[in-house]
Design a protein around this ligand. Structure first.
Ligand code: HEC
Ligand code: HEC
Ligand code: HEC
Ligand code: HEC
Ligand code: HEC
Ligand code: HEC
Ligand code: HEC
Ligand code: HEC
Ligand code: HEC
Length: 494
């Protein structure tokens, strides 16, 4: 049940906020504030570092954000605890706001050396038997704005929230992610993934500072950063950030890239607060125009719609036709045609041949996410489903449809697909696939190269760059390769 936390809790702040240019009706005047050298003049300033109260103090100026955040699971994090775990400090540290002490599993009290600063977070009121403490605990249940943005008081007028788009550990081991330490598991998985290495392949393992530097230098504000960085993706996929002044430094595809911390289920969202799960059309739309109803699109795969936003072929009809006619130094699709392959469309198709793109894997409801993320595992002594943030498929991801896989070469289909790519490489005069993919791009620019060779090569490079060797869509992969081989045979003989 959502919406449990009605706004209207009587915390009224002095809103000496004209400097923020905030407009709207002022609330009723609040109670007298405490005395103190740091307190700004005026009435009703909260004495507490953590404001809490489920966004009530932010409501006046961030009404939409507050409304959306109240629809997320974060807001319910305390209510989701069973009665006895509400007295378990270990659980409370991640399920409440401002709990800045650390508690080891099994500890029943906070060890003095693990105690955080006394800044009016949940832990500072735990076990204190006063009415005030009980009220403060109620105001700090669940994961609220300040769990991520840091304490906003007591000098609330200073308004200095923590904001970060980044997920990484600095080399001194300091996490920069706002999601740490509550989501340590996902962050530790992420750091192993290719998404965490989107800066440069040359950085030493685990050196995420190096990755951030490489990204900022090589990709900063380029036309490419909307799939290769967190800031670029957010700017392009979330209209609220159209005019936002992002920091100079750009960072890897991390937690707030895919997950919008402010989007609950009712906000057009989904349970995992994914930022953009809209449908994605293929860009090679021939013979249709972009936007036509007939253009194939990936739609309805729930969380996997997130993957489709970046993992697509990214060459429009004019780009592809230009490549076939004149060659291109990045011949083929962008090296990410997985969405197109999965739905069975979006590659150049040789006129006069029939292509089949329907495959059983298309009936997997959460598509990419089923094979790349969610599988059963043991966590805290229980077998449960977990979304692995390494994005690496394993045999376990293929359960229960295929059982006991030790590799992905089901019925030898991957071997068959790789064999056909190699066959095309040889047909085009290369020693093998490696020689072909290393050299065809430049060779394609030779004005004397017959057009049919580029038509045939496009299919082979499309299937090669998909990198699943037929697992994503064996039917479409075979169709592309078989047609290309048959077509080539009309020029060079079988
Ligand atoms: C009196 C108005 C007002 C109140 C109350 C208020 N804010 Fe803001 N806040 C602003 C304005 C204005 C901005 C700057 C414009 C923007 O980004 O929307 C801002 C920006 C922010 C930002 C983004 C800062 C950045 O660097 O991008 C965060 C985060 C934020 N506020 C959090 C909060 C939280 C949490 C609360 C409640 C505890 C709160 N604000 C209460 C007016 C307010
Ligand atoms: C103070 C600890 C804390 C912080 C910080 C935190 N989370 Fe969470 N998160 C939780 C807890 C606890 C839950 C489980 C909530 C529940 O009971 O449903 C959760 C649930 C989620 C879920 C599951 C979806 C849902 O609504 O239940 C996502 C996705 C998520 N968090 C993403 C993030 C991201 C991204 C960040 C950083 C920008 C973040 N969280 C920061 C504690 C935290
Ligand atoms: C290190 C931080 C942390 C600690 C400690 C922790 N949790 Fe969580 N909990 C989370 C996060 C984050 C999630 C969101 C799901 C995920 O990460 O898979 C979550 C999810 C949950 C959920 C599922 C909520 C839902 O409906 O989706 C329950 C129930 C829960 N925790 C209970 C507990 C209990 C009971 C304890 C103590 C024994 C505990 N948690 C300790 C961080 C924590
Ligand atoms: C789970 C962590 C988390 C929670 C909870 C959270 N935020 Fe944020 N917030 C972020 C992150 C991360 C960013 C940076 C970009 C992004 O991911 O959207 C951000 C950006 C912002 C911004 C600047 C961008 C904008 O939308 O104008 C504002 C304002 C803001 N948050 C306000 C709030 C308020 C108010 C609340 C509580 C009602 C809140 N946030 C709750 C993590 C969080
Ligand atoms: C539509 C999203 C998108 C855009 C825009 C985009 N890329 Fe990519 N790119 C990807 C994805 C996704 C991958 C990873 C696919 C894979 O590994 O199979 C990738 C991979 C790459 C690789 C191969 C990386 C490697 O480690 O093998 C290079 C090089 C690359 N992109 C360069 C660029 C350049 C240069 C631009 C801008 C001209 C650009 N990309 C724009 C999505 C995009
Ligand atoms: C490339 C996109 C992407 C990135 C980056 C990403 N996630 Fe996720 N995450 C997803 C998707 C998709 C799901 C939904 C999986 C499902 O349907 O069960 C998910 C699910 C989750 C869940 C809920 C379920 C679970 O079992 O864990 C949490 C919590 C979560 N992510 C936290 C994080 C955190 C923390 C980070 C930063 C390390 C992060 N995510 C980075 C795409 C992403
Ligand atoms: C913001 C854009 C973006 C989103 C969203 C995204 N990816 Fe990626 N992904 C990339 C880029 C870029 C790379 C390549 C990084 C590099 O090599 O520089 C990549 C790499 C990968 C790789 C590793 C490829 C390799 O060559 O090792 C896998 C697997 C992957 N992504 C799966 C997924 C899945 C599954 C989803 C959806 C849950 C997803 N990605 C969502 C951009 C994205
Ligand atoms: C039926 C299961 C399945 C589905 C569905 C699926 N994948 Fe894959 N994917 C795989 C397997 C298995 C591999 C690895 C093949 C190998 O290593 O031989 C792979 C490979 C990849 C790679 C290249 C990884 C690398 O290391 O080079 C990327 C990127 C990728 N998939 C992204 C996606 C995206 C995006 C989607 C959704 C559009 C998707 N996958 C759907 C099973 C799947
Ligand atoms: C939801 C069920 C489901 C999941 C999950 C699934 N598959 Fe399949 N897969 C099928 C079905 C059904 C077929 C079609 C079998 C047939 O037609 O003989 C198939 C066929 C295949 C084929 C052969 C192509 C063909 O048409 O004969 C390969 C290779 C394959 N799967 C690999 C994988 C791998 C690897 C994974 C996990 C990473 C996976 N599949 C996950 C249901 C699934």
């Amino acid at each position: 049940m959502k919406h449990r936390h009605r706004l209207g809790i009587a915390v009224v702040l002095s809103l000496a906020f004209l400097s923020f240019g905030c407009e709207g009706d002022q609330g009723p005047e609040g109670p007298e504030g405490p005395e103190g050298p740091e307190g700004p003049p005026g009435t009703g300033v909260s004495p507490y570092s953590y404001q809490g109260d489920f966004g009530e103090p932010c409501q006046h100026c961030h009404a939409n954000t507050v409304e959306n955040v109240l629809l997320t699971g974060h807001t319910e994090a305390y209510e989701d605890l069973s009665a006895d775990s509400r007295t378990n400090l270990y659980c409370l540290q991640c399920h409440t706001t401002g709990f800045d002490s650390q508690v080891e599993f099994g500890d029943t009290e906070i060890a003095p050396e693990n105690r955080g600063p006394d800044i009016y977070g949940y832990d500072d009121y735990y076990g204190v038997d006063t009415e005030e403490a009980a009220e403060r605990r109620a105001a700090l249940e669940g994961v609220q704005c300040e769990s991520c943005h840091g304490p906003m008081g007591p000098d609330f007028n200073a308004h200095q929230p923590l904001v970060s788009f980044s997920t990484h550990f600095s080399n001194d081991g300091e996490p920069t992610s706002l999601c740490f330490p509550c989501h340590r598991t996902q962050i530790e998985e992420w750091v192993e993934s290719t998404h965490a290495k989107a800066g440069s392949a040359d950085c030493p393992a685990g050196d995420t500072d190096c990755q951030v530097e490489a990204l900022t230098d090589e990709w900063g504000r380029s036309s490419c950063d909307y799939c290769h960085s967190s800031e670029g993706y957010i700017r392009t996929h979330d209209p609220r950030y159209l005019t936002y002044e992002f920091p100079e430094e750009i960072t890897m595809i991390g937690c707030p890239t895919c997950h919008d911390p402010h989007q609950g289920e009712a906000g057009g969202g989904n349970y995992a607060q994914l930022r953009d799960v809209t449908a994605e059309e293929v860009q090679y739309t021939y013979p249709y125009e972009p936007g036509d109803a007939e253009v194939p699109r990936m739609a309805g795969y729930g969380p996997a719609q997130t993957c489709a936003q970046c993992h697509h072929a990214r060459r429009n009809t004019a780009n592809v036709q230009g490549q076939i006619e004149d060659g291109y130094s990045h011949f083929g699709p962008h090296p990410s045609p997985q969405m197109d392959m999965f739905i069975g469309a979006g590659s150049y198709q040789i006129p006069g041949y029939t292509y089949d793109g329907i495959h059983s894997h298309q009936s997997i409801p959460n598509g990419c996410v089923k094979c790349h993320m969610v599988r059963e595992t043991e966590l805290h002594g229980e077998i449960t489903e977990h979304a692995f943030h390494t994005w690496e498929p394993t045999g376990g991801n293929c359960e229960p449809c295929h059982t006991g896989l030790t590799d992905f070469d089901v019925d030898g289909k991957q071997t068959e697909i790789r064999g056909k790519i190699n066959q095309i490489a040889v047909l085009l005069g290369y020693a093998d696939t490696a020689d072909f993919v290393a050299n065809f791009e430049n060779d394609s620019l030779d004005p004397l190269m017959p057009v049919w060779q580029r038509e045939v090569a496009y299919a082979a490079i499309f299937v090669y760059e998909d990198r699943s060797s037929g697992v994503h869509n064996y039917t479409y992969a075979s169709s592309l390769l078989d047609n290309a081989i048959a077509y080539a045979a009309t020029f060079v003989g079988p």
